[in-house]
Design a protein around this ligand. Structure first.
Ligand SMILES: Cc1cc2nc3c(=O)[nH]c(=O)nc-3n(C[C@H](O)[C@H](O)[C@H](O)COP(=O)(O)OP(=O)(O)OC[C@H]3O[C@@H](n4cnc5c(N)ncnc54)[C@H](O)[C@@H]3O)c2cc1C
Length: 377
């Protein structure tokens, strides 16, 4: 079977890209190894309103105007804005609705079609799958954290990954809760309300054992929020910080395959969708005007990579903070006179804007400048 474009992976990046290309009249196939889209689920489903606008689907469970941060010493800081800063969505439905829109535009979604190998032959890709051979002019790796396409294109693995453990728990919470401390140095633990009486609780660690961190998180949740009964549990990794390159002859990588998730929060759906938009431009330029796929690297460099780097620097800065530093930050941010600016924090996609506003208001934060400089170097 020959298609002008074959996309490996039916996650948000692959499905959105397939929809954009199919809407432009291109014949696109999406190859997905699992029997259904959206499963197994590996996401908390906390998205900024920007993500839902971009995706054009919104299986929203609940909206949040803020979050409760739990410091290392158990003190809490509530950041509460006026507008909705984030929605928790049903991630399985999110992916399935994206698949529905892609199929409606004419994309062919092949399930249980895991890609085993891909090779270049006479200017086209020959892709071996569980269901036989596919041929394509352009091959897209939208196959997530452990991308096989990245390996086949000989692009080195991302420099950094966040190891995570997330569970579904019966836990009654109304707000998003974030737990900070040395149990998850450089990242954090979370408890996010989902369907009635249920929450997603999880933890990420850049280095170290996420299962040990998860035990520590559960203890804190039980001490600070109440009893949580674990119903199911899953480990996963989030690649962050980008790659050496993103395109290869006749193809490119999008979303988690390209390690574009935010190193600060692990959120990767915004960058998955945005990278799919940029890849769609590059693919059309390649097929219609003979431009090279390397143009995708230039588009990423201009649009997304500066933000990917900013999140890496903030992540390095945060990783260098001790529990004492975090408690000190809590005390500064808890001051009454900072309430309005703290309330305006929370653009999780572009955090620098909020941070600069905060430093202008609370110059004592300059005390953290040496750590910031060290992180940026
Ligand atoms: C615990 C956890 C919580 C998270 N929470 C959030 C959050 O709240 N908000 C947020 O924005 N992001 C979150 N993320 C990150 C987010 O889930 C990812 O960034 C996002 O799913 C990336 O989308 P993608 O399409 O690039 O990859 P994926 O969603 O991983 O999709 C890749 C697809 O490729 C398929 N595939 C893989 N290999 C093959 C193969 N060889 N052949 C065929 N198919 C293949 C997979 O089955 C999968 O369907 C979280 C991640 C984790 C681990």
């Amino acid at each position: 079977m020959h298609y002008p474009v074959v996309v490996v992976g039916a996650g948000p990046a692959g499905l959105f890209l397939a929809r954009l290309l199919a809407a432009d009249g291109l014949d696109v196939a999406v190859l997905e190894e699992h029997a259904s889209v959206g499963k197994p689920e590996h996401c908390t489903g906390l998205f900024s309103p920007r993500v839902l606008r971009l995706a054009g689907v919104s299986p929203v469970i609940k909206g949040f105007t803020g979050a409760v941060f739990h410091g290392p010493d158990g003190k809490t800081l509530t950041i509460q804005g006026r507008e909705i800063k984030a929605y928790v969505v049903d991630r399985v439905r999110f992916d399935r609705e994206l698949a529905g829109l892609a199929a409606k535009e004419g994309a062919h979604i092949h399930l249980e079609t895991g890609v085993r190998e891909a090779r270049r032959e006479g200017g086209e890709w020959v892709i071996s799958t569980e269901k036989g051979e596919f041929r394509a002019d352009i091959l897209i790796g939208a196959d997530g954290a452990g991308s096989a396409v990245r390996r086949m294109a000989s692009i080195p693995c991302p420099a950094k990954t966040i190891s995570t453990v997330q569970a579904e728990a019966s836990l009654h919470v109304d707000d998003v809760h974030v737990f900070l401390g040395s149990f998850a140095r450089g990242f954090f633990g979370w408890a996010v309300p989902h369907h009635e009486g249920m929450a997603k609780v999880g933890v990420g660690v850049p280095n170290g054992n996420a299962l040990t961190a998860f035990d520590a998180l559960l203890k804190r949740i039980r001490d600070e929020l109440g009893d949580a009964r674990i119903l199911s549990i899953r480990t996963w990794t989030i690649p962050v910080g980008g790659l050496e390159r993103y395109s290869f002859p006749g193809g490119c990588l999008v979303g988690d395959a390209a390690a574009l998730a935010k190193a600060t929060t692990g959120g990767g759906v915004f960058t998955a969708l945005r990278s799919a938009q940029l890849a769609a431009d590059a693919v059309k330029g390649c097929l219609r005007n003979g431009k090279r796929m390397v143009r995708y690297d230039a588009l990423l460099k201009r649009e997304l990579l500066p933000h990917v780097r900013t999140h890496m620097r903030l992540h390095s800065l945060y990783s260098g903070l001790t529990e004492r530093d975090i408690s000190y930050l809590f005390s500064l941010l808890s001051k009454e006179e900072n309430a309005d600016v703290v309330a305006s924090l929370g653009d999780v996609d572009f955090p620098l804007r909020s941070i600069f506003t905060l430093i202008r208001r609370e110059p004592r934060l300059i005390g953290f400048l040496p750590k910031l400089v060290k992180a940026v170097r």
